[in-house]
Design a protein around this ligand. Structure first.
Ligand SMILES: C[S@@+](CC[C@H](N)C(=O)[O-])C[C@H]1O[C@@H](n2cnc3c(N)ncnc32)[C@H](O)[C@@H]1O
Length: 406
């Protein structure tokens, strides 16, 4: 084990401390600016080292004792070592420096999460050696997980039951299991790369789906068996939404509601296009304040749910945004909520060439957000930026940017 004593000078966009030692940069998980720490180097290249804290010599005033037993090994979280207030400060400054690249130097409002832990309605764990857990990207070590402090209580109960079940059942083609909670219940989806015989045990007394495919949230993935099926709903802002095992849903209910509220209060009787609309949650909420709203979503199964909840002034299009957006740009407002990859350049160019007055851009990846804002800034000015802390303890940042035509 190689150890180095370093002084933390900065924090990276992934939440790690940055130090310098022996002419190299050292990235230190679980260390705050100003701290002096002893680091166990886990990965070393000619330019940088990556390590974890083994001893804190000089503490940050914000240091707290990590309340997660897996924090040192599992890379899912970044901020168990500091107070929640400090975590929000770090996230805001990461977003501030990023948005400067798109020419934005204004204020950023921050909406904290009501719950810092037990907030996730979804947990995906990899299957290995009859256990569930994470695989470290740094050390490639398998880390069995018995409890994740981000997941809500019903998921932890279901995880315990599945763990018991896995003690007596071995699978050859099981890749991962995704748990999702909904109003008054929880479901688990077992994703296989090849169909496999499966005998259900009494211990699994909640809806269980068996799917075959690459990624769960895809039309190519097929659910080939369902046990204990029942109607599953998720209530957001007082509206009940039917859900299924494959469609997208924001993971933090309280923050999702605040985000949607923020978006819909920025719409007032206009014609709206909601691009990347998922299963229609935001489209349906927008329909209340808009003259009309068109949702565009690539995933067929999500569009089918959106069709079930359709308001009279709401339309759902099952297509790629880049293929059809041009047909709907006689609107006043565009709401963009793309996946991590951000928007296709064609989408941004079409908005630039249109008469759209307002663009509301929701993003879970500030790097692609900044890239896309640079393009939009030719014709649009950033009027408001708000950070929604959808993912406490992790380095992920959810942002909503409102742009108006110059
Ligand atoms: C971050 S989710 C947003 C969902 C929705 N706005 C919500 O709040 O529930 C992104 C959605 O974009 C969809 N998507 C990804 N690429 C797309 C594309 N090129 N065209 C249309 N939809 C796409 C995904 O299937 C996913 O449902």
């Amino acid at each position: 084990m190689v150890e180095k004593r370093v002084k933390i000078e900065d924090v990276t966009y992934r939440g790690s401390g940055v130090a310098r030692a022996d002419g190299k940069v050292v990235f230190v998980r679980g260390a705050d600016v100003g701290e002096e720490v002893v680091v166990d180097i886990q990965k070393s290249t000619s330019k940088f080292d990556v390590g974890r804290v083994v001893e804190v010599i000089e503490e940050s005033p914000y240091r707290t004792c990590p309340h997660c037993a897996y924090f040192n090994a599992c890379e899912g979280c970044a901020f168990w070592h500091v107070t929640y207030g400090r975590e929000l400060e770090i996230k805001k400054s990461i977003l501030q420096s990023e948005l400067k690249k798109a020419g934005y130097f204004g204020k950023i409002d921050v909406e904290p999460s009501q719950n810092e832990i037990f907030y996730r309605n979804k947990l995906k764990l990899t299957y290995f050696d009859s256990e569930l857990g994470y695989i470290s990207t740094l050390t490639h070590k398998r880390i069995p997980i018995k409890k994740c402090k981000l997941a809500d209580e019903s998921i932890i109960t279901a995880l315990k039951k599945v763990t018991t079940y896995l003690n007596s059942h071995r699978f050859s083609h099981l890749k991962n299991i995704t748990f999702r909670s909904f109003d008054g219940g929880v479901m688990a989806t077992f994703l296989f790369d090849k169909k496999e015989e499966f005998v259900l045990d009494d211990v699994l007394d909640f809806p269980v789906f068996l799917a075959i495919g690459e990624v769960l949230e895809s039309d190519k993935t097929k659910i080939f068996k369902a046990f204990n099926q029942k109607d599953m709903c998720y209530t957001l802002l007082g509206e009940k939404f039917p859900i299924d095992a494959k469609s997208f849903l924001q993971v933090n209910k309280n923050v999702a509601e605040k985000l949607y509220e923020h978006v819909i209060t920025n719409v007032n009787g206009e014609k709206v296009v909601n691009a990347y609309s998922g299963q229609g949650v935001l489209t349906k909420l927008l329909a209340k304040n808009a003259k009309s709203v068109v949702g565009i979503e690539i995933q067929r199964s999500s569009c089918e749910i959106a069709e079930k909840i359709k308001a009279p002034n709401m339309k759902n299009i099952n297509a790629r945004v880049e293929d059809v957006l041009g047909d709907y740009l006689d609107a006043d407002v565009v709401v963009l909520d793309p996946a991590r990859e951000g928007c296709d350049e064609k989408v941004l160019c079409e908005i630039l060439g249109s008469n759209i007055k307002k663009v509301i851009y929701i993003s879970c990846n500030f790097a692609t957000l900044t890239r896309d804002l640079k393009v939009l800034s030719k014709n649009y000015k950033i009027e408001n930026v708000k950070l929604f802390d959808m993912f406490p303890r992790t380095a992920s940042i959810e942002t909503c940017v409102i742009l108006e035509k110059i």
